[in-house]
Design a protein around this ligand. Structure first.
Ligand code: MTE
Ligand code: MO
Length: 430
């Protein structure tokens, strides 16, 4: 069999380890043109079969009220984690299976979950949202009243600051898929009421610099939020990818703070209390603060750092032979849009810029892609994202140096995948 490297001029290598020019696949050089390539590197389509399958000979199923994925896709599930299963099984998490998804929007049934006290079963008729404290007019809304307000739609990622915690703290890299390793991250088209509309109506007093947002679940999860963020792009989200927000995501309403750590995006929102200072709730001061290398702790880290991960291929997958592939992954930043994603197939010795799928939206997942001729030899894949502010993803070494060894929050280091000679994809620290 001819190897990809026999035709360097056709393949247009842009970095070591078989990385190819990002325009190659788009130009059709692989599929149609590039005669030297065809057949040699891509699996050929099988010869058309004459037989008619049974489903094409009978009447199909009738319409149904709410659709479900194909039966053969039933294995595409969130990965469930119950770290305190014995004592507090309601503290439960589940990770989006990014290695089984393409595109950028997370299907609602696969959006990740973090529940500090389980998912409450809320009667939307009896749910209320209060805005009170340092305001001119304390207000209380029911769902019906909120439905009459002007709404906006925006696509944003949501990421738990504990995402990727296993890479942060495990001495040896855990062998698991992108669901367990990086799944506390999803991307949604949210629709709801801009927070500034509601806060203007309540008339937050000048001393009201912070709002304490509280959820209607058992633990009453509460976080202090600077009023500037709420006024800038905060949203009272009522809809998730067009349908009512799911119970897992905060039905009937949640706070959405684009780019800010997941925990601040309070679900089942029931109260916004204007104060002159942060309340230092247990969730913000006890659970979501990072300890630095010198033993001091960070008071607040609101925005999620710039980050990326190659999802195809990724750990637990196996390559199906040498030849052409399309590397693909996701990149995001809490600070704004992604400017650039670079990919390496030789462990960081050389890098090539990946193609970004447009439109590149601020604080939303951005898909990147790059064609790659895998030569069937061991390779070390990495991706490194840069956002519009110029922030670049750190190496794991640099990230670890900044924090105390116990810290697992806000891990955004470069992910490396080792491809073995027999095509296994493994999680490695590099
Ligand atoms: N009321 C309430 N809000 C909450 C939580 C919670 O347990 N209760 N979990 C928080 C955490 S830690 C995260 S990361 C996000 C997760 O949102 P999701 O479950 O919709 O993915 O919600 C946040 N809001
Ligand atoms: Mo979280």
């Amino acid at each position: 069999m001819k190897r990809a490297t026999d035709h360097p001029s056709v393949l247009d290598h842009v970095a070591g380890g078989g990385l190819l020019n990002r325009r190659l696949l788009l130009q059709g050089a692989v599929a149609g043109g590039g005669a030297a390539l065809a057949g040699a590197t891509m699996p050929r389509a099988a010869r058309a079969q004459g037989a008619i399958p049974e489903w094409a000979t009978v009447a199909g199923e009738r319409a149904r009220g709410y659709g479900m994925p194909a039966e053969a896709e039933a294995h595409v599930q969130r990965a469930i984690l119950e770290p305190f299963a014995d004592v507090a099984p309601q503290f439960s998490l589940s990770g989006t299976p990014h290695h089984r998804l393409r595109g950028t929007i997370t299907p609602n049934g696969l959006h990740f979950e973090v529940h500090h006290g389980g998912r409450p079963n809320i009667d939307p008729e009896r749910h209320r949202l209060m805005i009170h404290g340092l305001v001119e007019r304390p207000l209380q809304f029911d769902l019906g009243a909120l439905e009459r307000y002007p709404m906006v739609t925006a696509t944003h990622f949501l990421e738990c600051s504990g995402n990727s915690l296993f890479n942060a703290i495990m001495p040896d890299p855990m062998q698991a898929g992108c669901d367990l390793l990086h799944g506390l991250l999803s991307n949604t088209e949210w629709t709801g009421i801009p927070m500034n509309v509601l806060l203007d109506e309540a008339g937050v007093k000048p001393e009201g610099r912070w709002l304490v947002a509280t959820g209607g679940d058992g633990p009453s999860l509460a976080r202090s939020i600077p009023v500037e963020k709420l006024m800038e792009d905060g949203m009272l989200a009522l809809y998730q990818n067009g349908e009512r927000i799911r119970p897992e995501q905060g039905y009937p309403m949640r706070l959405l703070l684009p780019g800010f750590e997941g925990n601040m995006n309070v679900k089942w929102l029931t109260s916004l209390w204007a104060t002159d200072a942060p309340a230092h709730t247990k969730h913000e001061s006890g659970e979501y603060t990072e300890i630095l290398a010198d033993g001091s702790s960070v008071k607040f880290t609101f925005a999620m750092g710039v980050k990326s991960v190659i999802t195809h291929p990724s750990a637990t997958m196996t390559m199906s032979g040498s030849g052409l592939y399309e590397l693909s992954g996701i990149a995001w930043s809490g600070a704004g849009p992604i400017r650039k994603v670079e990919v390496s197939a030789d462990g960081g010795a050389s890098w090539a810029e990946a193609e970004l799928q447009g439109p590149v939206l601020p604080r939303a997942l951005t898909r990147f892609r790059l064609p790659w001729a895998w030569e069937g030899a061991p390779s070390l894949l990495m991706s490194r994202a840069e956002d519009a502010t110029g922030a670049v993803q750190p190496t794991r070494e640099a990230w670890k140096a900044r924090y105390d060894a116990s810290n697992f929050l806000h891990y955004n280091a470069i992910q490396a995948w080792q491809i073995t000679a027999n095509g296994e994809v493994q999680n490695v620290y590099a």
